[in-house]
Design a protein around this ligand. Sequence first.
Ligand code: ADP
Ligand code: MG
Length: 263
Amino acid sequence: MATQTPKVELRDIDLRYFTLEGETEALREFSLSVSPGEFVAIVGQSGCGKSTLLSLVAGILEPTDGDVLVNGAPVEGPSPLCGYMLQQDHLFEWRSILDNVVLGAEIQGLNRGDAIERAKTLLRGYGLGEFMDHFPHQLSGGMRQRAALARTLCTDPEILLLDEPFSALDFQTRLALSDEVSEILRREGKTVILVTHDISEAVSMADKVIVMTKRPGRVKAVHDIVFKETENGRPRPFEARSLEEFRNYFDQIWSELDIHVGN
Ligand code: ADP
Ligand code: MG
């Protein structure tokens, strides 16, 4: 069988931060391989190195030791192959929604006319067609996060790095948006790495869940998430949450995360 080049590969990563106060070992011997089109979720407690991992893939940080590869080539700095979505939407308040969405394309020097067309298509697809000329403060939290997703996708990155993108939203919005976003990303065939401390979010959205240890972050367990096919094929995240397998994965990962009161 021909082996497919992984979209993203981390090999034996060590990452230490050096500051005036001393040294922090954030990651130790961390390895990960993500296939093209795969949706991987990484769960771990706060401070275990999740954001650090995404910064390595995005080329914002260099590993102390080990290799980071995208499409089989070493990462040598930020690249348009990766799009980043964060907990805060970082929309600019003085720009209209449309102008915010084309921002990344503008920075990359892409054709502005094409970017505007693509931005409009994305915004219409996300139910924001009537809000293109509005400003961020006129939108709800969920709408703002959808606009942030449109901005990330406007440059058509192959890899989406999602850093707890729903955690600032209220519970209902978070459920609805995680459902929508995973549909959009699967439809567009994106490769996704989602980091979260929310086990339910990880299990309901991802093909594979990686559980990290406490700092220094290492891989503690890997779970392929498989649901019995429902009537419409793979269950959507919202539907997945009520299935029996969901509960089993949740309980297993909960025990691996070893969260106790007082920890
Ligand atoms: P997570 O996203 O899982 O909460 P992070 O990757 O942000 O974890 O951080 C992992 C560890 O590295 C934490 O102990 C954090 O305090 C430390 N850390 C993160 N960024 C820096 C930095 N720029 N300088 C020094 N230490 C850092
Ligand atoms: Mg983080």
